[in-house]
Design a protein around this ligand. Structure first.
Ligand code: OX2
Length: 837
């Protein structure tokens, strides 16, 4: 590794190079030093926030040391790296994770006690890093954890939004969005003002022949925006590997920024230019599984792709290798189609800047990229209008047309005269205006395309990408079933359960090899073990009940069955099915005598999740849940038998409280719509059971844990199309029990019934696209079965333990190893001093 410091002076560096704290005393010393110097506070004005800041800075120092070493080691080893491009990284809090990953949470706990604080209070001071919407963003965060824990040379690339996903408040039952300004104090990021890239927009393309007779293509004029790198350390668990997450922030380019405007009195317009540039990385688009084709979004995408590609190419060029070797050094994974322009950008660099011939450049490009598809929902498949791209990225549009031409020629050669096929697979949709189909571009520009669970990966091959299987053959398409990191989703969120498991398995090795959980099976009949298992679940429920009381004012009985559905609010995820089921339960309870009512298993129905601000139907669902809650929770006849809770502002740190506290969680999407789901895995790993449809990863979870340990219901994905057809052309009738629910809503029981008209009409009048009525009967009956099963706690706990023991497959470590072997072709970089955490 190169250095500007002469060899004979390096001794001084080595002598003073910091080591970071290891003991409790050293930790306390570092915390106090940071509070008194870095933060300029003292013993007399150190509140919990200051203690959080000091603690974070102390841990940050430790991470930086390992981070620098990791980066040096990786540069020196010069192996192939994986670059994970994602517009979303839903990281949550960093401090707790850092403490556990470096194995010093115990030290911190005791040290903080000496200083007058409780570690839990300090941890909860941290603002979530919420740069994502839901599953897609959280998956990226779990992947980073696994990549570091498995010692893969890997970087994440994303955008440094000033505003993450909005904060949700509920006012009079309605969702209200509050901006999430999270950068006030963020000790986990490092601005790299020396790492910048100028990114060009607009302008025009000049094609000419130069003096030597060479064809030159030059993208000229337009405006420049500067990307500045902000780096965050990503520590692995039980290893000194600390990888890098690089997020780009936008500001007006000093190259372009017109300082003369200031001097000539155009102060306001100069400031406006500045602000326009900063807008690019200002805010995360709050849509989950929905694309709206806004120009600013396209600008974000290109800004981030161009900066990241420039960075990657710069790093590659330093090695002095030839371009053929690029795919041996660089793998780039596209998290959905959001970074698809990176394909075009690399081709542009190779052709326009590096002077490679088209076929050679394109070969390098396709060997470099892999594309992960996360959805089959038509409204989520990205398309950009040709005029929009023409204006913003004129050179890229030309290249897209050329890529398409080469591709279609290739198809034409293999399938002569099949004009229909050509128009079906064309990257350009011949509509008005013409549209660029980003998924098609991503497929054509990648060597592998993967879905995120088995059913989903099969579905993309038989539906949305069928023609591409014809063109390329089936081997280009593969499956990598999603996973979650057991460090955050078991060890961090549920420390007592993790400890109990460790006590039976003889240590925490299972956190690095989750298949070891199967060693729990012999303890399934161990009375004491089962008792402790149940006690931990109960304690987690007490904690959630306290949170519910504090945030909603509603007191719930922790002995009741906790039924949880937390995820983005979406018609396809069917929170409406859940709340209709709750209303039906209420009707049933009201029909019972007081005596009979005492015999039913008490239940708390817990909802949480955000609706996209423009998704009116999803907001209506939230409104209904809250109104139903108001009525039921205040009905004295009902009491503990049923409570309905909507938890405000569901996010990663709240999930860490909610997930360990569920008895049943709901994963009830219309079959064929939820690509994978990942919270299903989190709940089961924490000993909760699932009610679910045969959709996404539920199917594989069932295969692993056994049918007797999951509550499945509803129609199968292969029947969905016929059912939908029947809704329009058969003699359609709404389920009669569901009709009772609608009648009660329409009676005004839950407030102005007109507020909920659209929700009902979607089912009764508009074809019930999500099959709510078709699945209602089996949903209800399955819920009844759950009530019965829950009464037998013995059996319930057996199911819980058995399920956890069989969840090894769903670690994101397995998932990342599959990507590494079958898509990226990368190897871990061994570290000499692997730690025991
Ligand atoms: C989500 C999918 O909806 C979810 O099923 C999946 O588990 C997750 O991605 C991670 O793969 N936006 N979010 C998703 O897809 C899209 C598009």
């Amino acid at each position: 590794v190169e250095s500007s410091i002469p060899e004979h002076m390096r001794e001084a560096w080595r002598k003073y190079s910091p080591q970071g704290f290891k003991t409790k005393d050293e930790f306390e010393g570092e915390v106090v030093r940071h509070i008194e110097t870095t933060l300029a506070r003292s013993l007399f004005n150190c509140d919990e926030l200051a203690a959080y800041s000091g603690t974070s800075l102390a841990f940050r120092d430790r991470l930086i040391i390992d981070w620098n070493k990791t980066q040096q080691r990786q540069t020196f080893a010069d192996q192939k790296r994986i670059y994970y491009l994602s517009l979303e990284f839903l990281m949550g809090r960093a401090l707790d994770n850092a403490m556990l990953n470096v194995g010093l949470k115990g030290v911190a706990k005791e040290g903080l006690e000496d200083l007058g604080f409780r570690v839990e209070d300090i941890i909860s001071q941290e603002h979530d890093a919420a740069l994502g919407n839901g599953g897609l963003g959280r998956l990226a965060a779990c992947f980073l954890d696994s990549l570091a824990s498995l010692n893969y040379p890997a970087w994440g690339y994303g955008l440094r939004y000033r505003y993450g996903i909005f904060k949700q408040e509920i006012e009079n039952g309605y969702q209200v969005e509050i901006p999430d300004y999270w950068l006030d104090f963020n000790p986990w990021e490092f601005p790299r003002h020396d790492v910048t890239v100028d990114v060009q927009f607009y302008g025009w393309v000049n094609k000419y022949t130069d003096d030597e007779g060479k064809q030159v293509v030059s993208w000229q004029d337009g405006e420049l925006v500067t990307a500045t790198a902000y780096d965050a350390p990503v520590p692995g668990y039980g290893t000194p590997t600390v990888n890098n997450l690089r997020l780009w922030s936008s500001k007006a380019s000093s190259g372009e920024f017109d300082f003369s405007k200031f001097n000539s009195g155009e102060y306001e317009s100069a400031v406006a230019d500045q602000q326009r540039a900063e807008t690019i990385s200002a805010v995360l688009y709050p849509n989950d599984n929905l694309e709206r084709g806004k120009e600013l979004r396209l600008k974000q995408q290109y800004f981030w792709c161009a900066a990241s590609l420039h960075d990657i190419v710069r790093r590659f060029k330093k090695t002095g290798r030839t371009w053929d070797e690029f795919p041996d050094q660089v793998a780039i994974q596209l998290n959905d189609t959001h970074p698809t322009l990176a394909i075009v950008e690399l081709q542009r660099i190779l052709i326009d800047k590096e002077g490679l011939e088209w076929p050679k450049a394109w070969d390098i490009v396709t060997k470099t990229f892999g594309y992960t598809n996360h959805t089959v929902l038509p409204e989520a498949l990205e398309k950009w209008s040709v005029p929009l791209i023409q204006n913003l990225l004129p050179r890229h549009l030309q290249l897209i047309y050329e890529i398409n031409l080469y591709f279609l020629q290739q198809v034409e050669r293999r399938f002569p005269k099949d004009r229909d096929l050509l128009s079906r697979v064309s990257i350009i949709e011949e509509s008005t205006p013409k549209m660029v189909r980003m998924a098609y571009l991503a497929i054509v520009g990648s060597h592998k395309v993967n879905g995120v669970a088995e059913l989903h990966s099969d579905l993309i091959k038989t539906t949305i990408f069928k023609d591409f299987v014809t063109v390329y053959g089936p081997d280009k398409f593969t499956n990598v079933t999603n996973g979650i990191t057991p460090r955050r989703w078991l060890h961090q969120a549920n420390p007592r359960l993790s400890e109990l498991i460790a006590s039976k398995l003889g240590g925490y090795d299972f956190l690095k090899d989750l298949t070891l959980l199967n060693k729990l099976e012999p303890f399934i009949d161990d009375k004491d073990f089962k008792k402790e298992w149940a006690e931990i679940k109960y304690a987690n429920k007490v904690r959630l009940a306290q949170h519910i009381l504090k945030t909603t004012g509603v007191s719930v009985n922790p002995k009741a069955l906790f039924d949880v559905q937390v995820k983005r609010i979406h018609e396809y995820k069917r929170q409406q099915l859940n709340i209709f089921g709750v209303i039906h339960r209420y009707i049933t309870l009201k029909g019972l005598s007081a005596e009979e009512r005492k015999k039913v298993a008490p239940r708390v129905s817990i909802f949480g999740g955000k609706a996209a601000p423009g998704y009116w139907m999803a907001k209506t669902i939230i409104h209904l849940i809250n109104k139903v809650g108001e009525v039921i929770n205040n009905d004295p006849e009902i009491g503990d038998a049923l409570k309905v809770i909507f938890l405000e502002d569901y996010n990663v740190s709240k999930a860490e409280i909610i997930v360990p506290a569920s008895d049943i969680s709901e994963h009830i999407s219309t079959a064929g719509t939820e690509a994978s789901g990942t919270s299903n895995m989190k709940f089961v790993l924490n000993g909760g059971l699932v009610i679910g449809t045969l959709d996404g990863a539920n199917i594989e979870i069932t295969r692993e844990i056994g049918e007797q340990n999951i509550f499945l219901f509803g129609n199968l994905s292969e029947d969905v199309e016929d059912l939908r057809h029947h809704h329009f052309y058969g003699n359609y009738q709404v389920d009669s029990e569901l009709q009772k629910v609608f009648d009660l809503i329409k009676s005004g029981k839950f407030g102005d019934e007109s507020a909920f008209g659209a929700l009902i009409a979607a089912i009764t009048e508009h074809g019930d696209y999500y099959l709510v009525s078709d699945d209602f009967d089996s949903y209800r009956k399955t819920q009844d079965l759950i009530d019965e099963t829950f009464k037998n706690q013995e059996e319930w706990v057996t199911k819980s333990i058995t399920s956890v023991a069989r969840m090894g497959f769903f670690t994101s470590d397995r998932c990342i190893n599959e990507y590494a072997d079958t898509i990226w072709n990368i190897e871990p970089l061994a570290v000499a001093d692997e730690k025991e955490a």
